[in-house]
Design a protein around this ligand. Structure first.
Ligand code: RIB
Ligand code: CA
Length: 319
């Protein structure tokens, strides 16, 4: 079969408002061939994450991509998310009322089974885009070590180098399941890390929400409503930098068009697990003094205008 030039990807996510933007950016861009979407407990418990993913796909008119439920808790660490935790509201997608009647259903396969099926059957190496805790990715690598060489790259939203949101080197996805993060970061697979250093410089404002509404379709309308609510919740719960972050979509944009990355650096990143203030941190050797192999490309800046244009174009390609 001729190579269509499209990039086969699997998206592992925990919607989440910014996961929603990541999914739409990927599903609406012709360069990506989204082979599967797998869900992981993170922002919200598995049941809510599953419902949110299926609601996004149904609303945007995407009914051909299999969606599988995945890990309901981290590999080792405790997981006790209260409904009110975090900045995504009670549902995980507060701000928009999706219709109750959703004909889409989950795959009968679990996440890592679906991942294995896609990787085995793909003619080309598969790129994984991870926008939640890395539990499914870690499980997959442990369960199917023979498939590791069929992975092109892992593009993940997670970690942080210099940007301190809560504690130094701490970011939600990578600390929630630090053991899984360690498995992934030590896998030897090429990794591009979109952490807080870049995601907190890619902020949307009301003018972008107006652009989404101006598309004139239901996808743009839904996005604008959800992102307006997310900006309010995020800036109240975490940090107000004068706009709203779309952390996860950054990890998609760089797969679609690497030129959107304007500043990055390859470096050694370690994930301490021992109890203490750095347990689950992404400790980045940004001074290149460790002598350890540089295992991660850490992204620091993107071309924001190009990024938001890509999101707008993808949204316009959906329902
Ligand atoms: O720290 C930001 C990350 O945590 C994003 O993926 C967001 O969706 C939450 O999962
Ligand atoms: Ca996420």
């Amino acid at each position: 079969m001729t190579d269509t030039g499209r990039i086969p990807v699997i998206i592992d996510c925990d919607p989440g408002h910014d996961d929603m933007v990541a999914l739409i950016l990927a599903l609406g861009n012709p360069k990506l061939d989204v082979k599967a979407i797998t869900n992981v407990a993170g922002n919200k418990v598995m049941e809510k994450v599953n419902r949110n993913t299926l609601n996004i796909l149904n609303w945007c008119g995407v009914d051909h991509v299999p969606v599988a439920a995945g890990a309901e808790r981290p590999l080792v660490r405790e997981y006790a998310r209260k409904d009110t935790d975090g900045c995504h509201g009670i549902t995980g997608l507060d701000g928009f009322a999706f219709p109750e009647d959703n004909p889409l259903e989950l795959s009968p396969k679990r996440a890592i089974e679906l991942m294995a099926d896609v990787v085995r059957s793909s003619e080309k190496k598969v790129t994984f885009i991870c926008t939640g805790p890395l539990t499914n990715m870690g499980l997959f690598l442990r369960a199917f070590p023979d498939l590791k060489d069929r992975i092109e790259r892992i593009s993940l939203m997670g970690g942080t180098c210099h940007f301190v949101l809560t504690e130094p080197f701490m970011e939600f996805n990578t600390y929630l399941d630090a053991e899984a993060t360690k498995i992934v970061f030590e896998s030897g697979i090429p990794i591009t890390m979109y952490g807080y250093d870049v995601t907190y410089t890619v902020l949307y404002h009301d003018d972008f929400l107006e652009r989404l509404r101006g598309i004139g379709n239901r996808t743009g309308e839904m996005m604008a409503e959800l992102l307006k609510e997310f900006e309010i919740m995020h800036n109240r719960v975490w940090i107000d930098l004068g706009g709203g972050p779309v952390h996860d979509a950054c990890a998609v944009a760089g797969v679609i068009d690497p030129s959107v990355i304007t500043e990055s650096d390859r470096m050694y990143v370690q994930i301490p697990l021992q109890a203490g203030p750095l347990s689950g941190a992404t400790v980045c050797d940004y001074a290149h003094r460790s002598g350890k192999p540089e295992n991660v490309e850490v992204v620091f800046r993107m071309d924001n205008e190009k990024f938001f244009r890509m999101v707008e174009e993808s949204a316009a390609n959906l329902k």
